[in-house]
Structure formats: structure tokens, C-alpha cells
Design a protein around this ligand. Structure first.
Ligand code: T4K
Length: 370
């Protein structure tokens, strides 16, 4: 539970409670609460339209679509990925019995550095799993060119990239599949939830079997599936939240503008500007501290803010490659990941959400600007 005096890194976008009550009555009356119900279907259709993607399959969270995508594509052997992400990205590879191979990141977007991929490919490599970190699009063109050259599948962890477009086209259309998280801490949330974006009806059908134990009818099981279906309550909540997500993104945009104005001339602090041709979602506002120039280390600033109730977060420190499960892998050696190692020690994600007030911003910036 939050202390109401604290300013947290994020806050969930909540639908109007009266509207939610009304929709709950409808679900109660229908007595159909999960397993591919009406609201589930309506949310899939609405998301396809909003996100401009051909097919989407809803999930109970953003981790299961990662697991399921790898299953559906029968990925085995080695999967090239980034150490600079939430740990779910690598866990999904591990849970599929594959070996993660870490490559370093590009400091301009914190995504996988395409120039480091080829050197990590071996005869066992079957896939690449990049992350559009903070919703900043990866260099998808370059990654796809390498994947095509070596016959590899690309699955994007797009947990942060809801609504992100490049030159008017959804970034979720890139690669073989893209996954989304609709966790409460995300730009768009269904409390817990997630989705898998796919390109054709046949693949969607296969995913829908996989997320329902592999059932293809009352008595037929066609694959070793799992249970990761979104229920009707969360689908209905998601429909209501979809109506207000554009407004929430615009409010976040205004926060980003104010942060940038205030931090522009602060020596030793780097942040991202908008990328040309990109519709951003402002899901996170990371700053990167150069301790020598700023006169304080990242952790000194982080704990100073925390002491004053301003709860930024060090996403993504520590690197996934340093966790006990993964640190023994050859690719996890810090010498292999110098940029990610440095950035993980420089980053603080500042509070970023639709409901930050001018007073909140003054309080946050008062602790940083010097
Ligand atoms: N791939 C990537 C790249 C991801 O970032 C994630 C998740 C996934 C995959 C997996 O998706 P999911 O399976 O989670 O759908 C949070 C989220 O739990 C996680 O979804 C997210 N990434 C990760 C980056 O952040 P924590 O442990 O930092 O969350 P927590 O509970 O500390 O919450 C952060 C702050 O948010 C709180 O201090 C206050 C605020 N908050 C949080 C919740 C849950 C609220 O105000 N209300 C709330 O209900 O992991």
C-alpha cells in the first residue's frame, strides 16, 4: 500500500466506478464470467482497431504471451535477448527450455544493439527476443534484416509499447509476433492482463488453443496448452479504459515536456527526446546520471528522493544477466555487456503518469535540479 504523501513512479489509470458497476451488472446478469465471453471478444476487436493490428489474443498478464509465443513458434536452442529489461523477458525463454544469449544495448533507445547480434549467433540460435524498452522502438529494420539472413524468428516483447507507432504504423506489426502487458503499472491496463499480436488468422487460432489448455473443441486437445485466458470482468474494465487512454497519453506527454524543459540545462543528466516519426506513449521517463558531471551518484540521488517520498524506480537495475539463474552464462559476463552495465548504474525512472500535478512536478524537480 502506498503512503498517500509519497509520489510513486506510476499510478493505475482507473475507469469511472459507476460505469464499471453498470458493466458488472451486465456480466452478473449474463452469468458468463470467463472462457471467451462477449466482453473478451469485444475487447479483442476494439484493441485491433485501436492498435491497428490484424489479430490479437488476450491473456491474463504480459508474461504468459511471451511463454506462449515461444511455444507456438516451437523455438528451441538459443534465443538472443537483452539483459536490460524486466526479468519476465528472460524467464520466458528459460521456461521454454531455451538458453538466453545476452547482447549489449544501444544507449540511444536502451534496446538491443543490432550491431552486436551477428556475433552472438551460433548454429543453435533460433530466435531473437528484443524489447521496445520504455516504449522506445527498437531498430526493427536492422533486426529483421539479420533475422532474415540467418533464418531466425523475431518475437518482440512490446510490454511497454502500447499505442506506439513509427511513421504512422503500429510497432506491434514488426517481427513474427509482439507481446503486450496490461499490468496496472502500464499506460493501458486491465488490472492484470496482456496480449499477443499476430499476423494471420491461423496463428491466432493456434494461440487461442494454446491459451486454453490446447482444447480445439469439447474433447479434442491439439497442443500442450496452458490456461491464460482473460476473464470478462477484466475485459470489460479494459473496454472502459480504452476510451480514456488517449487522454492519459496526452497528459503523460505534457509531463514529459515539463521534465525536459526543467532538466535540459542540468549538467550530468541525460534523458530521451522524442524520436522523429514516432508516436510515443510516454510510458516511462528515465533519466541517466553521469555522477562525475552531476556531482552525485545515481544511488545518492535515488535515496535522497526516496527519503523525501519521491519514489522513482531504477528500472532496469540490476541487469537480468546478474541474477543467480543467469549469471553463469558466458554471455552474461559484464565485459560482454558494457553499455547495459553502465546504463543500469545510471538510470532512475522518474514518476510518470496521467495524474501528476504541478505541485508533484515541483516537488520532484526540486530534488533533482541544482
Ligand atoms: N516484459 C517487460 C518488458 C515488462 O516490463 C514486464 C512487466 C513484463 C514483460 C511482464 O508483464 P506482466 O506479466 O507484469 O504483465 C512492475 C510490474 O509489476 C511489471 O508489470 C512491470 N513489467 C515492471 C516494469 O514493473 P514492480 O515490482 O516494479 O511493481 P510495483 O508493485 O513495485 O509497482 C510500482 C509502483 O506502481 C508502486 O510503487 C505504486 C504503483 N502501483 C502499483 C500497483 C501494482 C499502484 O499505484 N497501484 C498498483 O496497483 O513491477
Amino acid at each position: 500500500m502506498n503512503n498517500p504523501d509519497n509520489i510513486t513512479v506510476t499510478q493505475p489509470l482507473l475507469p469511472d466506478l459507476d460505469e464499471f458497476h453498470a458493466i458488472l451488472s451486465d456480466i452478473w446478469d449474463s452469468k458468463w464470467v470467463t472462457n471467451n465471453g462477449r466482453f473478451h471478444k469485444r475487447l479483442e476487436d476494439a484493441l485491433c482497431e485501436y492498435l491497428q493490428v490484424p489479430y490479437i489474443s488476450l491473456f491474463t498478464n504480459g508474461t504468459l504471451p511471451l511463454l506462449t509465443a515461444l511455444q507456438a513458434l516451437r523455438i528451441s536452442g538459443e534465443v538472443i535477448t537483452t539483459p536490460y529489461s524486466f526479468v519476465a523477458t528472460t524467464h520466458a525463454i528459460w521456461w521454454n527450455g531455451c538458453r538466453p544469449v545476452f547482447v549489449d544495448i544501444d544507449p540511444s533507445n536502451c534496446g538491443m544493439d543490432p550491431e552486436k547480434i551477428e556475433a552472438a549467433i551460433t548454429p543453435s540460435t533460433t530466435a531473437i527476443m528484443p524489447v521496445h524498452c520504455y516504449g522506445k522502438p527498437c531498430n526493427t529494420e536492422r533486426i529483421q534484416a539479420i533475422a532474415d539472413k540467418f533464418g531466425l524468428k523475431v518475437i518482440y516483447d512490446a510490454a511497454h509499447a502500447f499505442g506506439v507507432e513509427v511513421n504512422g504504423e503500429s510497432v506491434l506489426k514488426q517481427g513474427e509476433m509482439s507481446t503486450l502487458s496490461f499490468h496496472a503499472t502500464k499506460v493501458y491496463n486491465t488490472l492484470e492482463g496482456g496480449a499477443l499480436v499476430v499476423k494471420d488468422a491461423e496463428t491466432k487460432q493456434r494461440i487461442d488453443y494454446l491459451k486454453n489448455f490446447g482444447f480445439a473443441g469439447e474433447t479434442e486437445v491439439v497442443a500442450p496448452g496452458i490456461n491464460s485466458k482473460m476473464d470478462e470482468v477484466r475485459a470489460a474494465y479494459g473496454l472502459l479504459n480504452l476510451r480514456q487512454v488517449d487522454e492519459a497519453i496526452e497528459k503523460r506527454h505534457q509531463v514529459a515536456i515539463k521534465y525536459r524543459e526543467a532538466l535540459r540545462n542540468v549538467k550530468g543528466i541525460r534523458f530521451f527526446n522524442d524520436m522523429p516519426g514516432v508516436r510515443h506513449n510516454y510510458s516511462y521517463f528515465p533519466i541517466f546520471i553521469n555522477a562525475e558531471e552531476y556531482g552525485m551518484t545515481r544511488d545518492e540521488l535515488y535515496f535522497k528522493m526516496k527519503g523525501q517520498g519521491v519514489l522513482g524506480r531504477r528500472y532496469f537495475y540490476p541487469l537480468i544477466s546478474t541474477f543467480s539463474t543467469y549469471r553463469g552464462l558466458p554471455s552474461a559476463a559484464p565485459e560482454n555487456l558494457p553499455v547495459a552495465t553502465r546504463i543500469a548504474n545510471e538510470v532512475i525512472c522518474l514518476p510518470m503518469h496521467h495524474d501528476l500535478s504541478e505541485e508533484d512536478l515541483a516537488r520532484i524537480l526540486g530534488l533533482i535540479v541544482r
